[in-house]
Design a protein around this ligand. Sequence first.
Ligand SMILES: *[C@@H]1O[C@H](CO)[C@@H](O)[C@H](O)[C@H]1NC(C)=O
Ligand SMILES: *[C@@H]1O[C@H](CO)[C@@H](O)[C@H](O)[C@H]1NC(C)=O
Ligand SMILES: *[C@@H]1O[C@H](CO)[C@@H](O)[C@H](O)[C@H]1NC(C)=O
Length: 381
Amino acid sequence: MALRRIYLFSLALVWGCMASSSSSQQTAVAPPQDLQITDPGLLGSLDIEWKPPPNVQTFNECTVKYKFEYRNTGDREWKVIFTRKLKFRVGFDLSRTAEVKVQTLLEGRCTNDVEVQSEWIYATFQVPLQGKLESEVQNFHCIYHDWEYLKCTWQPGLLAPRGVHYGLYYWYEGLDHAVQCDDYIQDHGINIGCMLQNLSQAEYKDLSICVNGSAAATLLRPLYATLRLHNLAKPSPPKQLVVSMSASEELRVVWSPPGGETPPQCLEYEVQLAEEQGKAKAAWASVSTQMETAFTISRANQSRISCVRVRGRTNNFCADQGFWSEWTQECFSVSRTEDKQLFILIPVILSLSSSLIIFMLIGQCKKRTPAGKAMYMSVGC
Ligand SMILES: *[C@@H]1O[C@H](CO)[C@@H](O)[C@H](O)[C@H]1NC(C)=O
Ligand SMILES: *[C@@H]1O[C@H](CO)[C@@H](O)[C@H](O)[C@H]1NC(C)=O
Ligand SMILES: *[C@@H]1O[C@H](CO)[C@@H](O)[C@H](O)[C@H]1NC(C)=O
């Protein structure tokens, strides 16, 4: 009885699905409506919203999802998000046009478990781009020193008029609104850089930056940048570099991670060696890139002076890229084995030969003066 009921039920199900799938093939699901992009003033993040398609209530045994894609004009790839939500905040480069598109995805019994896609609906957004492109600041770049402070610098734009005033604004997820830099670096009264402290909350996120400017009668083009602090980190040089020689005549190099807020597990080091070859100027050669803070070098060339230098940077477990620190350098000099023997031999030979001469002299003088006069006089003969 129960079996029969299940059989009937599944028959009905198959029939229903066939019916609905054939109908869904004819009447495709509609795209979402009212796609809108708004700028909340966060220097890169835009809010994208849409409404469900008009007939969405009729698909009661199906799930409605959306495929949302976005990019900046000029990008080759679209970034894709599958969602059931109707609102998103995503990051763009505001100096270029933002493009978004959304389609409805319908799947379930009403489609015979086949995914049905609607047409796309598109929208674009562009902040008003004031001023000429040449008025934008140049050579903008930032370094995150020791994971402690971010130093950004720039040069005035080519078309920057006299008396220009630049401002740097930044925002990251967690701040209510964009914040202006409060520690500018100046050159002849013009802001050409900014120091930002206390950014640990912004690590491993997008940090949106805008450098804009104003001058009496001219509009200047703002510069937008999205930074990732961990990819801009530059550590201090390694500390306490010690080079010593082991019993087996190997150079043992040991150092400590730099101080500051740099996570020690985020560092890798490059070790270079320069061995003096006679009078030839030593050339640096890379001997290791590693995460450990010790290294042993075999002294193949038995040179007298070896210099070792070590620098650090963020490893690829913590970042895609980073900046090398400056070098820490230490030289180690060893006297050659032959030299050592010479050093011992010379005094021995010297003392031996001088005592021999004295004995010979004494002997000669004694022969000449058998009465045995004072030695001083005899030496004088
Ligand atoms: C650092 O930032 C946090 C929030 O991110 C804030 O609560 C704290 O007061 C700031 N500290 C300083 C010294 O500015
Ligand atoms: C620069 O950008 C900030 C943040 O968007 C804005 O508040 C400010 O008015 C802008 N200044 C100029 C001169 O455009
Ligand atoms: C050792 O000497 C050889 C030949 O003189 C040279 O090619 C090599 O680079 C030297 N090694 C180091 C570590 O200086």
